[in-house]
Design a protein around this ligand. Structure first.
Ligand SMILES: Cc1ncc(COP(=O)(O)O)c(C=O)c1O
Length: 439
């Protein structure tokens, strides 16, 4: 273990882990789509770290913009105006859809969702909030209560008033239906839940346009437009959590752009500064912005709109545009889809492949008929996922894994050669999964 690894082991509480199970490999170099450990081993970053490093590591333009801002002023309170903060908020207004127009800056995605809950409750005067079971919205108390996945129950009770609904997971439909011909029951069920909760009590429905860490569920094309209609019918605000799907991940600027749906509130983080400096944001539409012209906004953070983070964000958005990275994500996404289809055909252990742009999941099963997961949902890995992970690492790619899923989300800056290298390695390592079916 390196000296840094030893210090971390001794002094750092690492998130989402039992501490004595952690490994402490040190990374001390990164560039573009690649990073290196201290032994000089090189990895292709096929998950953009935690699906945030969208334009890739160490982009010189972004680094220069941060340095320039440091030379001017590192920090001013949110009560003074600051050029990068205003500029970034304008860029956000210009790139988000519809009349989303005004931004409250936070430090990350969870805080963005917590503040979106407060804003939705204040604006509507209602207190209940809907979210989906298979979802992740962050680890602060409000955001983890919105979250439906297994990260929520250990920290309950959370905040009051959160109600969960089922999601469009067509491969394992909660309603036992198949798309098309399902009557979009996953959306109609939301309508029914709103009626039972009392439409006058429901402030907002939080959705990841494409569910992220719970398995990359790309919804049927009618789903989000129908959810928009249902929200409008009852005056419920639609909040799009674009923390993962925003800024090019799906081959469009934002996930909702794939279906031309305009939310009332959008939350974002990750690809906004892609982690060079942490930053999140809550973006509201004109009506909500107007409401706060005369009403108090009960939200605030010492580091809201930190100038260094905003300068980083401005340069990042410029890079997306100058290097046509959103277009590249769409183009590379086509190649990724083709390679995923080939992987599905070649490997009996692959139950489903799902992708949109450069956002994809491979779902592994013991049996295509029964769809039994290769590794149990929220259970201990019987060993096979660990073996696949070790194989991927050994052959030089880093991939985020969870349960029986492999998540593929390389930087939007990836080129065809790099993408094919990553897919070749996955193809090779999945042979281990196939072999496990017969053992
Ligand atoms: C969809 C979604 N929302 C919110 C969050 C929380 O963001 P953060 O970790 O920056 O608080 C995440 C993190 O992965 C996410 O995927």
């Amino acid at each position: 273990m390196s000296a840094a690894g030893e210090m971390e082991r001794k002094y750092v509480l690492r998130s989402w882990s039992v501490q004595n199970k952690n490994k402490y490999e040190e990374v001390n170099r990164a560039e573009g789509c690649w990073f290196w450990n201290t032994d000089g081993k090189k990895y292709l970053d096929f998950s953009s770290q935690l699906v945030n490093m969208n334009i890739g590591h160490k982009h010189p333009k972004v680094i220069e913009a941060i340095k320039e801002q440091m030379d001017k002023v590192c920090y001013v309170t949110p009560n003074y105006a600051s050029e990068p903060r205003g500029k970034l908020a304008e860029l956000i207004a210009n790139h988000t859809p519809g009349d989303l127009c005004k931004t409250l800056f936070t430090l990350g995605g969870a805080e963005a969702n917590d503040n979106a809950i407060k804003i939705a409750r204040a604006y509507t005067g209602r207190f209940k909030v809907l979210a989906r079971y298979r979802s992740y919205h962050g680890a602060t108390y409000g955001a983890i209560t919105l979250t439906g996945d297994p990260r929520r129950p250990p920290v309950e009770p959370g905040i009051p008033g959160v109600v969960h609904v089922f999601e469009p997971y067509c491969y394992r439909c909660s309603f036992g239906k198949s798309y098309p011909g399902c009557g979009l029951e996953c959306a109609e069920h939301v309508r029914e839940v709103i009626q039972y909760e009392g439409p006058n009590n429901v402030a907002a429905f939080f959705v990841e346009p494409v569910t992220g860490t719970n398995g990359v569920f790309v919804p049927p094309k009618e789903y989000l437009p129908r959810i928009r209609e249902i929200c409008d019918e009852f005056g419920v605000l639609l909040v799009a959590d674009e923390v993962m799907t925003g800024w090019g991940r799906t081959g469009k600027w934002f996930g909702v752009d794939n279906w031309d749906v305009v939310p009332d509130i959008m939350t974002m983080a990750k690809g906004l500064t892609q982690g060079y400096i942490p930053l999140g944001a809550v973006v509201v539409n004109q009506k909500i912005a107007d409401y706060f012209e005369d009403n108090m906004l009960w939200c605030g953070l010492t580091y809201s709109g930190h100038p260094l983070a905003c300068a980083c964000g401005v340069a990042t958005v410029e890079v997306y545009k100058e290097e046509k990275l959103i277009e590249n994500a769409a183009k590379m996404g086509e190649i990724l889809k083709k390679r995923l289809d080939e992987i599905y055909d070649a490997h009996p252990s692959v139950g489903d492949v799902r992708s949109i742009g450069l956002f994809a999941a491979i779902e592994l099963v013991k049996d295509r008929e029964t769809k039994e997961p290769l590794s149990p949902w929220n259970g201990p890995d019987p060993g096979i996922m660990g073996k696949i992970g070790a194989c991927l690492k050994e052959k030089g790619i880093y991939i985020y894994q969870r349960w029986n899923y492999l998540f593929l989300a390389p930087p939007t800056a990836i080129n065809e050669e790099e993408l094919n290298f990553g897919m070749d390695v996955i193809d090779e390592c999945l042979k281990l999964a196939d072999e496990s079916l017969n053992s």
